[in-house]
Design a protein around this ligand. Structure first.
Ligand SMILES: [Fe+2]
Length: 294
């Protein structure tokens, strides 16, 4: 099978890598994990990141058919609706997004939100195949970071979302609601059972200590021999213990609350309120109202 054309777009404010993946024969393309720029202090959105992807697609003559989310991200807002509006592309995500919607609907009192995944155009099942031009895409359910994570395998390239990071950085956290370190370990083992030369493309990079450059491409072989958290020989129980200890030290991502409530709606913002303004909500954690005179 032909190899896909892969172009990476790095968003430094959220350390996210988005991809434009195209079939060289038909020039049909997919965008994976696009970022909507968002200034949290100002509540302002900007489309420079998605526009850069669309410009590149146009320059290359690609027709974008799909916007593929690896999961409901907790660190950036999705740019999927903008790409859909400009190209007619379909937005796809793993079918277990329904579980994530069910978890977070009450958290944000998102009474407008259906929890059947219908905000998305397509929900992928584990093992499902679909085409981007002549390229075959296989969807692998790789839960653990969230219940809904999927990886997309296109020829010899796999877009792994938040399962593993570069070998010198390790793995994704598993402490979000519905996350599970044991499931993450098993998902990673599934990915690392692919052919050793399989190329793996990360969703995030933070530079590991001692590394000056961002990086996002590695291989199964390299992960198996070098990943600091899950190289071959690391037992599941040791990984789960390590992950729990490490996750206990991690702060909530800066854009956690805005990201979740937008991304579970397939990148749409909550409905306008009576003054025609859309608001993002912050659920305040407060144990005792009376103590605060409320
Ligand atoms: Fe994530």
């Amino acid at each position: 099978m032909a190899k896909p054309i892969i172009k990476a777009f790095f968003d430094e404010p959220t350390n996210t890598i988005s991809y434009l993946v195209a079939d060289p024969a038909t020039k049909e393309a997919a965008v994976i994990d696009p970022v909507l720029d968002y200034d949290h202090n100002a509540g302002a959105v900007d489309t420079r990141s998605v526009k850069a992807i669309l410009r590149e697609a146009e320059a290359e003559g690609f027709r974008i058919r799909w916007v593929l989310e690896t999961h409901a991200h907790a660190d950036h807002l999705s740019g999927a609706p903008y790409i859909k509006a400009k190209t007619g592309a379909l937005i796809g995500i793993g079918e277990h997004i329904k579980d994530v919607q069910r978890i977070f609907r009450p958290v944000f009192n998102a009474i407008d939100l259906a929890t059947d995944g219908s905000d998305f155009d397509h929900l992928f099942k584990d093992g499902e195949h679909f085409q981007v031009g002549d390229l075959d895409v296989e969807v692998l359910h790789t839960p653990g970071h969230t219940p809904a994570d999927v990886s997309y395998k296109i020829a010899d390239a796999v877009f792994v979302g938040d399962t593993i990071f570069m070998p010198d950085y390790g793995t994704a956290r598993a402490d979000f609601p519905g996350g599970d370190a044991q499931r993450l370990y098993r998902s990673i083992r599934r990915l690392l059972a692919l052919a050793p030369e399989t190329r793996l493309f990360m969703c995030h990079d933070y530079k590991a200590p001692g590394r000056d450059e961002y990086a996002w491409e590695t291989t199964v072989a390299e992960q198996k021999s070098k990943n600091v958290h899950v190289k071959e020989g690391v037992a599941e129980s040791d990984f789960v213990r390590m992950r729990a200890k490490r996750d206990a030290t991690l702060a909530a991502p800066r854009l956690l609350l805005p990201s979740i409530q937008v991304n579970i709606r397939a990148g749409k913002f909550p409905p306008k309120q009576s003054n025609s303004v859309r608001y993002l909500q912050i659920p305040v954690k407060m144990k005792d109202d009376a103590e605060f005179g409320l």
